[in-house]
Unconditional design. Structure first.
Length: 181
C-alpha cells in the first residue's frame, strides 16, 4: 500500500526558532482542534513554550515519509489505513524518538500530534497527567511550523487529504531537542 522512508537533519535551535517558531500563530491554530484543552500534550499550557525552546541548543528533526504505491485508496481503504496503519507508523516514530532521547541525557523528544498513551486523558476529568514521565509535546503544539520545517530542511511539501482521497504522500514529523553543551 505504501513505502516508508526516514528523513533526518539536525538544525541549530536559534535558527529553527528564528525561522519556524511562531507561538501565537500556531497556538491560535490549535484552538480550532478538538484536542485543545482536552489532552495534556496540547495547549493551553501553564508554561511559556518559548522558555522550553530556549532551554535547548539544537533540534534533530526526524520524520517518516509514507509514499502510497496505489494511485488511489477507496474510502474503506482510507479509513482502514487511518485506523490501523497510520497509528502504527506514528507509534514507531514515537518509539524511535524516545529511544534516541534515552541515549542522549538532557534531550527531549517531540512527538507527532497529540499524546495517545491513555484512552481518555485525565485532563478531561480535571486531573493531572497519569504518565507525566512518558507524555511528550509535539513541535506544532509548542508553536513550531512543521510544514515550513519539511520544506526548508527536506524540500518536502505537506500534502493533505482531499475528500475520501489520501494525498500521494504523508509525512509525520517529530524531533529531538538537544541540550546545550
Amino acid at each position: 500500500m505504501y513505502t516508508c522512508t526516514t528523513l533526518e537533519r539536525t538544525v541549530p535551535l536559534n535558527e529553527f526558532i528564528r525561522d519556524l517558531v511562531d507561538v501565537p500563530r500556531f497556538l491560535g491554530c490549535c484552538q480550532d482542534c478538538p484536542h485543545y484543552g482536552q489532552v495534556w500534550s496540547c495547549p493551553p499550557y501553564d508554561f511559556d513554550p518559548m522558555a522550553l525552546w530556549r532551554r535547548y541548543d539544537a533540534i534533530h528533526l526526524y520524520a517518516r515519509k509514507l509514499i502510497f504505491t496505489k494511485d488511489r485508496l477507496f474510502p474503506g481503504e482510507r479509513r482502514a489505513f487511518e485506523q490501523t496503519e497510520l497509528p502504527k507508523v506514528k507509534a514507531d516514530l514515537a518509539s524511535e524518538l524516545l529511544r534516541l532521547e534515552k541515549e542522549r541525557p538532557g534531550s527531549l523528544a517531540l512527538l507527532g500530534g497529540k499524546c495517545d498513551l491513555c484512552p481518555v486523558c485525565a485532563r478531561t476529568e480535571g486531573k493531572p497527567c497519569r504518565m507525566p514521565d512518558r507524555m511528550r509535546y509535539s513541535i506544532e503544539s509548542l508553536g513550531g511550523d512543521c510544514g515550513g520545517a519539511l520544506e526548508k530542511y527536506f524540500g518536502e511539501i505537506l500534502q493533505w487529504a482531499q475528500g475520501n482521497r489520501l494525498p500521494e504522500q504523508i509525512i509525520l514529523l517529530g524531533g529531538l531537542l538537544l541540550p546545550k553543551e
